[in-house]
Design a protein around this ligand. Structure first.
Ligand code: ATP
Length: 503
């Protein structure tokens, strides 16, 4: 346990219940009692999450000054727990005119535990009586910052497993991922030095477009350099935090997390639970304030992570935010060729003709995972049949992968039903020969949708709309096309119907 520094203790001069500065020993003992009260009042979870790093620095002149390591924690305490702290301090020192929470130095390195009274870790031996003579760390604080704790806590900080194939050299670069690739490389190169200019780096994309691949590439580079970095999925973080709470080592967990140079955080969209999110925000702030490097990936940009606390979102959004776009055909081809070359290392006879490669690159547009799946299918097909792989055979082998991503087939009958319901007419009205405005408009909209959402020809659509001529259909299509250019609300209506039919 440390002693409040002389200057901190003596700085307040106003009169009040404690117009004389409280001496270090009394301060430390009183704060320990406050902590016990707060823990009893708020429960272990909340206490361990928020109060472990608060230090009572001074009580004098009717004022108390507490310090915390980050701005985030300060604002959290100010908003949520100032009343509790005020009451706990009042029980020790009588009513105080002002409670001030300040942020301690954000320089790298350990918090200045020696200069203030800190709360004990749960389960730690009670701190010895404080010596007013000089700075000395509490046994609990010493354990938190320098020794790995056993069991669940140690396991929680091992990080998520890395796939050794996911490196920068196996990542294929194209138009849609060039920026994300370059930024991730910069983060990897800046390790150990100052944080890159665009920290935190936030990478987002739809599934399977290479976020994890890039993040793990950064982690491999860090590992090769022997830097203190950790790759964590949101799931692993949540497991680690809950395990640490259960093992009553959450403060040590947080200390360890904040001692790293680089946090690589994947699948941020899965972060759930208020306490856990708050902890993540807390760790994030501590790292960023200390100039550490942070890289985060999610399936959407920070602002769209609705489940995340507003403050975490905005903190994530202050650095560089990069989207990986859909893989275009040349990039799909590069990924396929690289995969085939890797497969050949395991099975030397394996190859795909340029025609098959082109067919796969053209047909599988979804993502890297499906491209990988396609190569595995074709490899298995070749191994099992021993026959040369034609485009026709390849089509059969990967048919389900292609189908899974084809746009939903829309039926003319469904269009007619939906449009009729939307305009409050019957399907029979749409198919009838009635020419009143109330029926003509829905009929024309339905014909337009049939032409744009299905592969049917004009004559076939005419037949399906009560045996009309194809010129009638063409007229309807042109008319709705023209109207949607000038009439915004009709355009919205048609777009909505389209979305409803395609979902
Ligand atoms: N540009 C690329 N070069 C090489 N492989 C790629 C590329 N993009 C994606 N892949 C491969 O596609 C597969 C899926 O990629 P990854 O897991 O990185 O996607 P993700 O964006 O993290 O997806 P999710 O959102 O589902 O987590 C991996 O095997 C990865 O190696």
């Amino acid at each position: 346990m440390g002693v409040p520094s002389k200057s901190a203790v003596a700085c307040a001069t106003e009169s009040g219940p404690f117009s004389e500065p409280v001496d270090g020993q009394r301060l430390a003992q009183s704060w320990l009692r406050c902590c016990e009260r707060l823990r009893a009042e708020l429960g272990d979870d909340i206490f361990n999450s928020w109060f472990g790093r608060i230090e009572l620095e001074a009580v004098a002149g009717g004022h108390a000054r507490l310090s915390v390591p980050t701005r985030f924690l300060k604002s959290w305490i100010d908003t949520h727990y100032l009343g509790h702290i005020t009451a706990a301090l009042a029980a020790e020192f009588g009513a105080l005119a002002r409670i001030l929470v300040v942020v301690r130095s954000s320089a790298r390195g350990e918090p200045q535990l020696a200069a203030a009274a800190v709360c004990p870790l749960p389960g730690a031996a009670k701190p010895r009586a404080v010596s007013p003579a000089g700075p000395e760390r509490a046994p609990a604080a010493r354990r938190a910052s320098s020794h790995p704790a056993p069991g669940a806590f140690a396991d929680a900080l091992v990080g998520s497993p890395l796939d050794r194939r996911l490196t920068f050299s196996t990542f294929q670069v194209g138009r849609s991922n060039q920026l994300a690739f370059t930024a991730a490389q910069r983060v990897a190169e800046s390790l150990g030095g100052r944080a890159s200019a665009f920290c935190p780096l936030f990478i987002h994309s739809a599934v399977g477009l290479g976020k994890t691949h890039l993040l793990q590439a950064v982690a491999h580079t860090a590992a090769a350099q022997g830097r203190p970095a950790i790759y964590l999925t949101a799931e692993k973080f949540m497991y680690g935090f809950v395990a640490a709470l259960q093992a009553q080592t959450s403060i040590a967990f947080k200390e360890r997390l904040r001692a790293i140079d680089l946090l690589i955080f994947d699948d941020a969209q899965f972060l759930q639970g208020k306490t856990i999110q708050a902890e993540f925000g807390h760790a994030l702030n501590a790292l960023l304030d200390a100039g550490r490097e942070v890289i985060v990936a999610a399936d959407r940009p920070p602002n769209d992570l609705e489940a995340l606390d507003e403050r975490v979102r905005s903190r994530l959004g202050v650095g560089l935010c990069v989207e990986i776009g859909a893989l275009d055909e040349p990039l799909r081809m590069k990924i396929l060729e690289a995969r085939v070359a890797a497969a050949r290392a395991v099975q030397p006879g394996f190859d795909l003709s340029p025609a098959v490669l082109a067919f796969v690159a053209r047909s599988i547009r979804s993502n890297g995972r499906d491209l990988e799946g396609a190569v595995n299918r074709l490899l298995a097909h070749g191994t099992l049949t021993g026959a040369p792989l034609t485009v026709e055979a390849a089509e059969v082998a990967i048919r389900d992968l292609i189908r899974a991503h084809e746009p939903k087939r829309v039926k003319i009958e469904d269009i007619q039903k939906l449009v009729a319901t939307h305009y409050s007419v019957s399907r029979a009205d749409i198919l009838s020969s009635r020419r009143t405005a109330v029926v003509v408009k829905p009929r024309q909209v339905a014909m337009f949708l049939a032409k744009t959402l299905t592969m049917r020809s004009l004559p076939e659509i005419g037949r399906r709309f009560g045996g009309r001529d194809h010129t009638t259909v063409l007229h309807a299509v042109r008319k709705i096309e023209a109207l949607t250019q000038s009439d915004g609300s009709l355009k919205e209506e048609v777009d909505l119907l389209k979305r409803m039919l395609q979902d």
